[in-house]
Design a protein around this ligand. Structure first.
Ligand code: TXA
Ligand code: MG
Length: 353
């Protein structure tokens, strides 16, 4: 299959409108379309068509027990698939939607069993991205979409990275430029008495607490040994090809700690790559060649870091690096989402400095 990439950055333009109409047509006919959102690129299919959704699992190599979330353009579309919208979900919708958040709600029977992994709930996401919502409107149905990567690889935040994983597997990629947030949506389970964060994201725990008064973290996010409630969170995720070790601790001590670790690894014969702040990358210029130093942004600039971690991880796959060192951040605010992804990318391999 030939994969076409069509630009939609200027949404109002004729080229973009044509591409969106084409995407709508493909989705209605059961085909897959990759599209930009404010978090990461999604791999979309008609969410009411079980057979179309089966193609998503095939294209990604995704385990079939991992449910898909449904993307909707507006509240009315959400109501076609959610059996009820409890008061806490109402509050969250009013405060944060459209935006980078997915709500787990009881589902209606119209949602195909194929996509729910046997659960009686469904994840509903109303993206902030105008491009994503325009595409959903063009399709006229809720769009099931996981991140547009091969299962187990970092989520793509550019059309080029989608193409890298999906070339030849899908007919169309809509290119809306780089994604603003860079980490997947916050997943909030609204089916119990208290809201539970199943996956941290750009709508932070602090923001949720302010609106709801109280919110819990899925215990699986805090310690190992518990089965996460979002089935997808149990898989090893976001794995770069070279194994990564995460250094955690005070920012001021990072550069020195990196220097020590790099020296040791190099002595052991490794080609070391570092994924770190501008500060640490600059400090390591004498030890690690340019191509093996990927900066994710200035130390402490969590928005910049979130927006760059996946592309930086992906970039290492084109290098000779056979050992990666990553720089950890705070777990406050957006830092919780960043550290969740970095912990997974490193298989929880960390060194406290
Ligand atoms: O930002 C995002 O959410 C992106 C963009 C494309 O919208 N999508 C995304 O989808 O990250 P995916 O499939 O990669 O992650 C969805 C997560 C998975 O871990 C899945 O197991 C979980 O949501 N999930 C889906 N339905 C669920 C349900 N009913 N209950 C609990 N977890 C659910
Ligand atoms: Mg994913």
């Amino acid at each position: 299959m030939k994969t076409e990439v069509r630009k939609i950055e200027d949404l109002k333009s004729e080229v973009a409108q044509d591409a969106l109409a084409e995407a709508g047509k493909l989705l209605r006919s059961g085909q897959l379309v990759a599209f930009p959102t404010e978090t990461v690129y999604g791999l979309g299919a008609n969410g009411l068509d079980g057979e179309a959704c089966a193609r998503i699992y095939e294209a990604k190599g995704r385990p079939s027990d991992n449910p898909l979330i449904l993307h909707v353009a507006d509240r009315a579309m959400a109501e076609t698939v959610a059996a009820e919208i409890p008061p806490m979900a109402e509050k969250l919708m009013a405060a944060f939607l459209p935006g980078p958040m997915t709500l787990i709600l009881r589902r209606k029977s119209i949602v195909p069993d194929r996509i729910t992994g046997g659960l009686d709930t469904v994840g509903i996401r109303m993206p902030e991205s105008a491009a994503a919502r325009a595409m959903i409107r063009a399709a006229g149905v809720p769009v099931a979409a996981p991140s547009a990567n091969i299962s187990g690889r970092p989520s793509p935040t550019t059309a080029a990275s989608v193409l890298r994983d999906m070339d030849g597997r899908i007919p169309l990629i809509l290119d809306g430029g780089p994604c603003r947030f860079g980490v997947e949506s916050t997943i909030v389970d609204c089916t119990g008495p208290v809201a539970v964060i199943l996956r941290p994201g750009a709508i932070t725990r602090e923001m949720l607490t302010e609106v709801l008064g109280g919110v819990k973290l899925d215990p699986a996010l805090v310690g190992a040994g518990t089965v996460p409630k979002a089935p997808g969170m149990k898989y090893k995720h976001y794995a770069p090809k070279a194994p990564m070790t995460l250094l955690e601790g005070a920012p001021a001590k990072m550069a020195a700690a990196f220097r020590r670790q790099v020296r040791q690894l190099q002595k052991d014969g490794h080609t070391v790559g570092i994924l770190a702040s501008d500060e640490v990358c600059d400090a390591l210029a004498d030890f690690v060649p340019d191509a093996l130093r990927k900066s994710y942004g200035p130390q402490g600039d969590l928005s910049a870091i979130a927006a760059h971690i996946y592309e930086a991880l992906i970039a290492f796959d084109d290098t000779e690096a056979d050992a990666l060192l990553g720089e950890g951040t705070t777990e406050v605010g957006l830092g919780l989402a960043i550290m969740n992804r970095l912990h997974k990318a490193s298989g929880f391999h960390t060194i406290q400095i």
